[in-house]
Design a protein. Structure first.
Length: 480
């Protein structure tokens, strides 16, 4: 049964930068910042984790703001498979009679788990400190959700009429859980989010180094996500009689091998362009090494040096890393069971099953099983043969608008195509035949990526620049 909440509408959400033809009056700027601040704070302080949170509460809150700003109730809906996994879809109506198909913007409302004892601040309180906003979701990705809602309200109050409809979908369970909102909407309400193309602010953004803008990145492709369970079992026994065959040792030995066995270096058209552009913005040894890995053959020493940078390392290969570990049942007993979760981000061109088999060969331990864990947490003996999405053709209207706005906000920073080192809901829109582009206007220091981590934060100036970017970009894209 579908749990249906009161109507809201379809609107587009993008963490993008927009062109500004005329600077608003200071009072207007103050009002815009105040609105963007309040929406951001409200979202951060609504717990949307899979364990105890609710995306429905957040979806309803954003729906109310849009309706109060003048969006027709019939154009704003909150729907979902149950009472905790609601999705908001809002439609910003374009020119009557327009033959142009809508633009869809997707943004997930859910966040990863966060424990108070791990953080310096309460992860579910919006804290402003030392020029940053702290809270779970400040980088991933409630900042973009708030930007989209704030800018749609701003455009609506200005009386702006786009040349086509803009659809905003704020959804559940991108970070995990059994009710992915984009997937559910495509299967149950395809007409409400069907579009010519999608913008996904869950990827892309501005890379800075000590405040200097290095690149304006947009996602052209992304890796494939996969979790694998490593499991060892045996009969156990009394701890006073230890035996070589120990379940914990089997798992620990496998993880030690994994730590020292990186997957091979790879390039594709997107990452080759990315490294080539970054070689122009980097300086010193990094710039030389970036040029060296593009040579034929690539320089192994340069690959090794760049692999120490987590961002570059993740862009040049499949990565697999241990994320969870459990074993044993008593302090004074030999373990009967030990397991670990290995999370992999798979380079385009390889499947989940191909990587599972590679792990089996890497560990070379008949006492250890390697099983695929699907999105619902169910274990399977085989992974999917599906491979990462093929990059969509780049649209001239999207790229021209992006370059135009980016050149004004970040002059001199090149617009660079990237491969997202993680994965996003674009996998669902792309599979449904909706070309999808990762575009975001929020800058993050290259050494301060805290998404999913402790004390997640975003710079206050970075956030408000992102608000301006999205406003200008959206107008540039839909002004006809």
């Amino acid at each position: 049964m579908i749990y249906r909440l009161r109507p809201i509408s379809i609107v587009v959400l993008v963490c993008v930068f927009g062109l500004q033809t005329a600077r608003p009056a200071p009072q207007s700027e103050t009002a815009t910042r105040g609105l963007a601040h309040d929406i951001f704070k409200q979202l951060i302080e609504i717990n949307t984790t899979d364990s105890i949170g609710s995306t429905t509460v957040a979806a309803q809150a954003m729906a109310r703001r849009l309706v109060q700003a003048g969006f027709p109730k019939a154009d704003v809906i909150v729907v979902g498979p149950n009472d905790r996994k609601g999705n908001m879809v809002a439609r910003y109506r374009g020119k009557p009679g327009s033959k142009l198909r809508p633009i869809l913007i997707i943004g997930h409302l859910d966040v990863v788990e966060a424990r108070r004892e791990d953080w310096s601040t309460d992860p579910f309180k919006f804290v402003e400190q030392d020029g940053y906003y702290y809270g779970r979701g400040t980088q991933d990705m409630k900042e973009s959700d708030a930007i989209a809602v704030a800018d749609f309200i701003r455009l609506k109050k200005e009386g702006y009429v786009p040349d086509r409809d803009i659809i905003l979908a704020l959804t559940a369970d991108e970070e995990g859980g059994k009710s992915n909102g984009v997937d559910w909407l495509l299967k149950n309400h395809r007409d409400s989010i069907d579009a010519e193309y999608a913008l996904n602010p869950d990827s892309g953004g501005i890379v800075t180094d000590h405040g200097k803008s290095l690149a304006v990145e947009f996602e052209a492709t992304e890796k494939l996500y996969a979790d694998f369970q490593l499991l060892a079992t045996n009969a156990g026994g009394h701890s006073s009689l230890p035996k070589p065959d120990n379940a914990i040792y089997h798992v620990a030995d496998a993880l030690a091998v994994l730590e020292k066995s990186p997957f091979p270096f790879e390039l594709n058209a997107v990452t080759r362009e990315y490294f080539g552009q970054m070689a122009k913005t980097e300086t010193g040894p990094n710039a030389a090494d970036l040029r060296a890995i593009l040579a034929n053959p690539p320089d192994p020493a340069a690959i090794q040096r760049l692999s120490k940078d987590a961002r570059y390392n993740s862009t040049m290969r499949t990565t697999c890393v241990a994320t969870m570990l459990a074993g044993g049942h008593a302090f004074n007993a030999l373990p009967q069971r030990a397991e670990a979760n290995v999370n992999c981000r798979i380079f385009p061109g390889h499947s989940q099953e191909e990587i599972r088999l590679a792990l089996v060969r890497m560990f070379n331990d008949p006492k250890l099983s390697v099983r695929y864990r699907n999105d619902a947490g169910e274990l399977q003996d085989h992974g999917s043969d599906r491979k990462a999405m093929v990059p969509p053709p780049l649209r001239a209207d999207v790229m021209d608008s992006l370059r135009k706005v980016a050149s004004k906000l970040w002059p001199g920073a090149p617009v660079v195509p990237t491969m997202m080192t993680g994965s996003s809901d674009s996998i669902y829109t792309m599979s449904a035949g909706i070309p999808s582009y990762g575009i975001c206007g929020v800058a993050v220091e290259r050494d301060d990526i805290r998404a999913h981590g402790k004390d997640e934060r975003v710079g206050t100036d970075s956030y408000y620049t992102g608000v301006e970017f999205y406003y200008e970009f959206l107008k540039a894209l839909t002004s006809g």
